[in-house]
Design a binder for this molecule. Structure first.
Ligand SMILES: [Zn+2]
Length: 160
């Protein structure tokens, strides 16, 4: 296509302002598939593991970042993780203000590379601390669908 005329002012363009209700889906790949199946069927977080060098990954990865081999093993992740970082959200995804902020945190697990970002509940934002022990609250088995929302939130692990 050849552009034959040059627009010199923008007032000649029509402007349409609106919102497009877009949704997108993507596959989780082999690792994601097994992670969500484990979450749905067993209520357990699953990590992939490289049998060559022994490094485990959450979320599961198909290839080892350390030695570039295909990860070919799976391990259950220990239930208790620790808070690595967090942030507060004062608005919904649609931009509406919340009465109280929602806390999102990155939870890492001992011996596992990576971690999960999820809601943190059961602790006042001023009491959040690096390294705080957290555990996932997972939906009852009859309500799980094989999605990340099968984890309702992470909350402080009881210390005995
Ligand atoms: Zn490896």
């Amino acid at each position: 296509m050849v552009i034959k005329s040059k627009k010199s002012t923008i007032d000649r363009f029509r402007v349409w302002r609106d919102a497009l209700p877009l949704e997108h889906r993507y596959t989780g790949g082999i690792g994601g598939q097994r992670f969500f199946e484990s979450l749905k069927k067993r209520g357990v977080l699953l990590a992939s593991r490289c049998s060559k060098c022994g490094v485990s990954y959450l979320p599961p990865r198909g290839y080892c970042e350390k030695c570039f081999e295909a990860t070919d093993d799976w391990v259950d992740v220990k239930e208790v993780g620790s808070l690595y970082s967090h942030t507060l959200s004062f608005e919904t995804r649609e931009g509406r203000s919340l009465k109280s902020p929602v806390v999102f945190g990155l939870v890492k697990f001992e011996g596992i590379e990576g971690g999960l970002i999820h809601r943190i509940e059961g602790v006042h934002p001023t009491e959040l601390a690096f390294g705080m022990k957290l555990k996932p609250k997972i939906k009852p088995s009859n309500r799980r669908s094989g999605s990340i929302t099968d984890i309702l939130f992470f909350s402080p692990a009881e210390t005995a």
